[in-house]
Write a protein that binds this ligand. Structure first.
Ligand code: URA
Length: 239
């Protein structure tokens, strides 16, 4: 088993199987078990790993196309998302939907998820412990979807996904690379920020158009194969 295979199993929390007697085993390689949507969804719904479970109405798993080429990742459910069980359905969500439309995507064509699956009380920032407990679910969603491009909206998502503390402003305008899977990742403002600072909507539109250039013209998924345009941009700007 090579290093990346073992890291993959670790991410999925699958114990690596060790041969006791190599000579006795046949030579067929074991096939790693992929997470499946149904079990992932039920594990999220039943999760009590952090204190947020006690104040939630329900968990907010994610929504959209499971074969999306573009995956949008936000911070955490707010009041409306907690009530309805779907990410980005409040005012910020309506703006996000309009932003996606401006680059030719219906909401149903992308996949939308959050760093946290439960609403923090009074929409406070997620705590490091909550992020640590919850993000393995997001990581598995990313493995299942294999998006061609990730759009991180806001500071919390960008900092977690890129393992950085750099300012959002300094992260914009570059193609980053998410994890060892090297998924191209673009950073933009959170739509809730844009509601408070509409002057920056133009800059967000520039970011979204930039993300759009990395995708196939049709918006169709390449199933995890990095599009040529993104490979070229990545090799110029990888951080
Ligand atoms: N803000 C987020 O980051 N996510 C949501 O789902 C709603 C608001």
């Amino acid at each position: 088993m090579n290093y990346s295979h073992r890291a993959y199993l670790n991410t999925l929390e699958i114990l690596a199987w060790q041969q006791r007697n190599p000579r006795a085993a046949d030579s067929t390689p074991a096939c790693p078990r992929l997470p499946d949507w149904a079990s992932l969804q039920s594990r999220v719904a039943a999760c009590t790993a952090c204190g947020l479970h006690s104040s939630r109405t329900q968990t907010v798993f994610g929504t959209g196309s499971r074969t999306a080429s573009l995956m949008v990742i936000g911070e955490a459910p707010g009041f409306h998302e907690d009530q309805q069980g779907e990410p980005f359905v409040g005012r910020a969500g309506q703006l996000l939907t309009a932003m996606l439309k401006s680059i030719g995507f219906e909401r149903s064509q992308v996949y939308i998820a959050n760093i946290l699956k439960c609403r923090p009380p009074n929409n406070r920032d997620p705590q490091p412990e909550e992020v640590a407990q919850c993000t393995p679910f997001l990581d598995q969603q990313i493995i299942l979807i294999q998006p061609d491009v990730i759009l991180a909206v806001g500071r919390i998502a960008s900092h977690y996904l890129l393992k950085t503390r750099s300012s959002l402003e300094s992260l914009r305008g570059k193609v980053h690379s998410y994890s060892d899977r090297q998924i191209p990742l673009i950073v933009t403002y959170h739509p809730a920020y844009l509601l408070r600072n509409p002057i920056d909507k133009k800059k967000a539109y520039v970011d979204l158009r930039f993300a759009r250039t990395l995708l196939q013209p049709s918006g169709a998924s390449t199933n995890g194969t990095i599009p040529l345009s993104a490979q070229q941009t990545l090799s110029r700007t990888q951080t």
